[in-house]
Design a protein around this ligand. Structure first.
Ligand code: CP
Ligand code: NVA
Length: 316
């Protein structure tokens, strides 16, 4: 076979495996593009630049928002989405991730993966001929923070120089906020219980001006523009759930904590939520909460991301 018969080795694809895979100017583009695609969606304008393109979605953990937003988004852009899980594919029988990447990426145009260790998605991407998007790993959840920051901008304008308070577990979502703080130049206050502190290497902003850690969650929330939290037990850590309920008891976001933040502070949670655990119902269902916009914006921001990874910057 001559080289010209195969176009599989021509260009290195652009991936979104961690938030820091993109730079400031690319995020600025994605936020303005998300706004435009959202406005088009609201008006029901047909915009289908990805006709005949396929997104493969590989889920090794449960999902509602990520699955629906990627599948609906790809359909709206004119393409189609394929749902795969480890139980029904050969992944569950031990087929090497490198081989799966080689095969799937010769058949589809873009891949989204939700899995356990970050290393798994990095190995997949290293052997993929098409862009790979992180739909959540144990370490990071970059699509979530893309939507969260877009939501902040919609409600309050630029996040630059603002203060975000993260209360609770130093998990995948927290790690991603740390990377985002450095790139988008905002301050991140993190308060975790003893024994659950952030791993500095995850955010790579520990020594920068962007991250400050607090023992007292109330001090972390004081003066914040946005207060955000997440479940105390992430997927994959279920064995620790009982212990975590004890350890995190003082780290619930309640009205008293919100009162220490700025009067116009927003509240976010990536969902799903356990009302009465990490956040009081009166806060997540209250006037400062923007969690439904935050969830909806997964759709618009990921459409912008898929379009960007496949077609580059578009100005139509
Ligand atoms: N926030 C989020 O990623 O939700 P799902 O787990 O439902 O996809
Ligand atoms: N930190 C949570 C996020 C769920 C969307 C988890 O990993 O389970």
């Amino acid at each position: 076979m001559t080289a010209s018969l195969s176009n599989h080795n021509v260009m290195k694809p652009k991936h979104f495996l961690q938030f820091k895979d993109l730079e400031l100017s690319e995020f600025e583009y994605l936020f303005q593009r998300s706004k435009l695609l959202k406005a088009r969606h609201v008006k029901r304008d047909l915009y289908q630049p990805l006709r005949s393109r396929t997104l493969a979605m590989i889920f090794e953990k449960n999902s509602t928002r990520t699955r629906v937003s990627f599948e609906a988004g790809m359909n709206q852009l004119g393409g189609s989405a394929l749902f795969l899980n480890s139980r029904d594919t050969q992944l569950g029988r031990g087929e090497p991730i490198e081989d799966v990447a080689q095969v799937i990426s010769r058949m589809v145009d873009i891949v989204m993966i939700r899995t356990f260790e970050q290393e798994i998605i990095e190995r997949f991407a290293a052997h993929s001929k098409v862009p790979v998007i992180n739909g959540l790993t144990d370490e990071y959840h970059p699509c979530q923070i893309l939507a969260d920051i877009f939501t902040y901008i919609e409600h309050r304008g630029s996040i630059r120089g603002k203060t975000v308070a993260w209360i609770g577990d130093s998990n995948n979502v927290c790690n991603t906020w740390m990377q985002a703080a450095k790139i988008l130049d905002f301050n991140l206050h993190v308060s975790t219980p003893p024994g659950y502190e952030v791993e500095p290497e995850r955010g790579e902003s520990f020594e920068s001006m962007h991250l400050e850690c607090f023992e007292d969650p109330h001090e972390a929330a004081r003066g914040a523009d946005l207060v955000t939290t997440d479940v105390w037990t992430s997927m994959g850590y279920e064995d620790e759930a009982e212990e975590r309920i004890q350890d995190f008891a003082d780290f619930r976001v309640d009205r008293e904590m919100m009162a220490l933040a700025k009067p116009d502070a927003l509240f976010m949670h990536c969902l799903p939520v356990h009302r009465g655990q990490e956040v009081e119902a009166e806060v997540i269902d209250g006037p400062q909460s923007v969690v439904w916009d935050e969830a909806e914006n997964r759709l618009h921001t990921q459409k912008a991301l898929i379009e960007y990874l496949l077609l580059g910057k578009i100005n139509k």
